[in-house]
Ligand binder design. Structure first.
Ligand code: ADP
Ligand code: MG
Length: 718
């Protein structure tokens, strides 16, 4: 590694507190350090800022960053300053004297980063000031604004080029964007004279986004359920019109949710206020038209719900992409009703576009509608749409991937849920019941004395969200009843009793999904630290996610740092943040432990919780299914392995079958008897539709799906 690059690694660690670069970052940084004009194309949240911030700190001189929006500049400057870096912005929010003073300081080389709007290059004083300054490079953030083909062309971006010539500087130009259509890339390259070998394009895939399409649900019910289970999470609900925005907003607020709204029909003041409330975590839900979002770098947006389909996949992906910038798992949900398509058609029809353009728009709309219906992996669908060469076949987490033909026996879990509902007196809702089953240490639960129930923590090895889903599915299938009202409560139903008595089994569509690694943190401690962060952020007048990102707080909960050394190991804690906030959070963690007892450390190497943009890297212990296989060979039971690995039994079984298919010996006698094997093979032979469900129906009750699959795998039929 050359000297500059190794300096870049040091800075990554000491200033930003990160252990490793994400895909593409190192290449981009290397190009800039080598003095080349450079283009970085990475998805939203991919970490483009770091690509220029790190070399800006390695190189001598001042970097000028061109940014299209005031809110973006402020955000970037805040977060650099929070990391102890000298940065400043110059824009129209400053008075003339302020601007002049800053320019004087720039001339004296007092800043590593100066953020400006493109128009600034039309100012004579500005040009004079930077002429007199030693520049490390000039970066164009959101560089697609330079291209007429981009969805957000700004003429002022383009005219910078001529003004740059006046400067007569040969410092590197750096362009960064998330828009990767060939036309835009070509345009940026030719305008800034960027050679192909200095273009780094990581593709579109966002591994931490979980895509879901909900067809034919009652939208208001869906949203109500969804947001009430995530009262602490930030999310955006995109509505297709101002009117619907107002309706959803009013309805949420009257139902007691903390929401703000945003659309072009509001005054600027109102809009700024809404936006601030959202950024500051004073409200958790933003209901908005597509007018909201450009320039919002809030990193802890946990979900994006589309109340209706947008006009095309480009818009959808851009809006949905505002979730999970911090790399933590986040959901992007499309509430799809076929009737919504009419509205979009109407909008195209009403537009002033010429006929051929309209046809293009219809075609794009069609692709969007297909997204609502496809059974294909949703991530793959999007990648295909953008002709992304990524090799991913299926993401395994989207709603298409999760729907599986297989059914899973959840009788035992259902019984646990039911007896828990009973023991809680049938007076509580889904969320509370799930918390009891999870064994959450929340205060409210203690007040009700639920920690003493025999059902407390029975499902502690499941994610709380999965327990929630299980309960919802039991409700949907009538195994539990709901009494509606302001606070809906769940009760046993007629169908509960046969299940409780062991007379009836419960099957649900299996979620063939491994529990995401990211979610193994203590949720109660997270809630506690989030409150502390909010207090601190309010005192400092900063958005909470700038103090520490959600990803960092979650790592606190996993690694439970109680000393400086431990805290510096957490990603997102650099030296400056340690000095400013370290002790405050250590005290917080200690207080939590004093009140609630010790918190178990979940060992994670820093890189396992980091998200990898391209394919999943094989873990150092080998592929997941072989880890399972090794445990199984050590005589662990499937139940134990599921618990230990925090995965569903079904996943564990599938791991074992996969290992068998690859030729690893398996003890088949644990799955079926020779008689059962023969019977399964016989019935399979006569079956016309070779699927599991009809096969299961032809066989005696006691032969489980697992047994059937095992027979098929052993005999090479599956
Ligand atoms: P983009 O501009 O590409 O949309 P940002 O630069 O705003 O994305 O980065 C998104 C988030 O990712 C930020 O919270 C940032 O701190 C985080 N991040 C960037 N690089 C890394 C890294 N190497 N390791 C961990 N987190 C990172
Ligand atoms: Mg950015």
């Amino acid at each position: 590694m050359n000297l500059l690059l190794s300096k870049a690694h040091d800075i990554l660690k000491t200033v930003f507190g990160f252990t490793s670069f994400r895909e593409g970052q190192e290449a981009v940084i290397q190009h800039i350090l080598d003095g080349h004009h450079t283009l970085a194309v990475m998805p939203t949240g991919g970490g483009k800022s770091l690509c220029y911030q790190v070399p800006g700190l390695v190189l001598d001189g001042t970097a000028i960053i061109i940014s299209p929006l005031i809110s973006l500049m402020k955000d970037q400057v805040d977060s650099l300053q929070a990391n102890g870096v000298s940065a400043v912005f110059i824009n129209s929010t400053l008075s003339h004297t302020e601007q002049r003073d800053i320019l004087e300081e720039v001339r004296l080389g007092q800043y590593k980063f100066v953020y400006v709007a493109p128009e600034r290059f039309e100012s004579f004083e500005f040009i004079q000031a930077i002429k007199a300054t030693h520049l490390s490079f000039i970066a164009f953030d959101e560089a697609h604004c330079i291209s007429q083909w981009g969805h957000d062309f700004r003429p002022s971006y383009r005219s910078i080029i001529q003004n740059l010539q006046q400067l007569g500087t040969d410092c590197p130009l750096v362009a960064l964007t998330a828009t990767a259509t060939d036309q835009v890339i070509y345009d940026i390259q030719s305008l800034l004279a960027i050679r192909p070998e200095y273009v780094t394009n990581t593709g579109f895939l966002r591994e931490n986004l979980i895509f879901r399409v909900e067809r034919g649900v009652k939208k208001s019910d869906f949203i109500k359920h969804y947001v009430s289970e995530r009262q602490n999470d930030s999310g955006i609900i995109y509505a297709p019109t101002r009117k619907i925005t107002d309706q959803v907003y009013t309805w949420l607020v009257t139902n007691g949710f903390k929401a703000a709204r945003y659309h072009a029909g509001m005054s600027e003041q109102e809009r700024i206020k809404s936006q601030d409330q959202f950024l500051q975590d004073d409200v958790t839900i933003m209901v908005a038209t597509n007018a909201f979002g450009m320039g919002i770098d809030k990193s802890n947006v946990r979900y994006i719900i589309h109340y209706g389909i947008p006009m095309n996949i480009e818009s959808y992906y851009q809006e949905a992409g505002r979730a999970g910038r911090d790399g933590e798992d986040s959901e992007c949900i499309l509430l799809f009703a076929s009737s919504d398509v009419q509205l979009q058609k109407f909008l195209i029809e009403q537009s002033s576009l010429e006929a051929s353009k309209k046809d293009q728009e219809y075609e794009k709309l069609h692709a969007m509608v297909q997204y609502g219906y496809t059974n294909q992996c949703l991530q793959r669908y999007i990648l295909d749409y953008f002709s992304d060469p990524n090799e991913l076949e299926r993401c395994g987490t989207c709603s298409s991937c999760l729907k599986s033909e297989e059914l899973e026996d959840v009788t035992k879990e259902a019984q646990m849920v039911m007896s828990c509902v009973k023991r809680m007196g049938e007076r509580f809702g889904v969320a509370m019941t799930a918390k009891v089953l999870k064994g959450s240490s929340s205060q409210k639960l203690k007040e009700f004395g639920f920690a003493a129930l025999s059902t407390y923590g029975l499902l502690s090895h499941y994610r709380e969200a999965d327990i929630n889903t299980l309960i919802q599915q039991l409700i949907a299938d009538g195994y539990l009843n709901v009494e509606h009202g302001k606070f809906p409560t769940i009760k046993l139903s007629k169908r509960s009793y046969p299940v409780l008595k062991g007379e009836e089994k419960v099957w649900i569509h299996a979620r063939v999904q491994e529990v995401k690694r990211n979610n193994n943190y203590n949720e109660a401690l997270f809630d506690y630290l989030r409150d502390l962060r909010k207090k601190l952020a309010d005192q400092q007048g900063l958005p909470p996610y700038i103090v520490f990102s959600d990803a960092t707080l979650k790592d606190f909960c996993r690694m439970v740092p109680l000393s400086k050394e431990e805290m510096l190991l957490v990603k997102g804690v650099g030296e400056r943040k340690w000095e400013e906030y370290g002790e405050y959070f250590i005290n917080g963690i200690q207080e939590f432990i004093d009140q609630h007892g010790p918190v178990q450390k979940v060992k994670t190497l820093p890189e396992t919780s980091e998200f990898v943009i391209r394919k999943r890297e094989p873990s150092t212990e080998g592929p997941s299914h072989l880890i399972t296989y090794k445990l199984f060979e050590k005589r662990h039971s499937i139940d134990e392995i599921a618990k230990q690995r925090g995965m569903l039994k079904l996943t564990i079984e599938n791991h074992l079958f996969k290992a068998a298919q690859e030729g690893h010996p398996l003890k088949w006698e644990l799955f079926f008897t020779p008689d059962q094997e023969q019977l399964v093979l016989e019935k399979h032979g006569v079956l016309t539709e070779k699927k599991l469900k009809p096969l299961k129906e032809m066989l005696p009750e006691e032969i489980s799906y697992t047994a059937i699959k095992a027979v098929l795998v052993k005999n090479g039929i599956m």
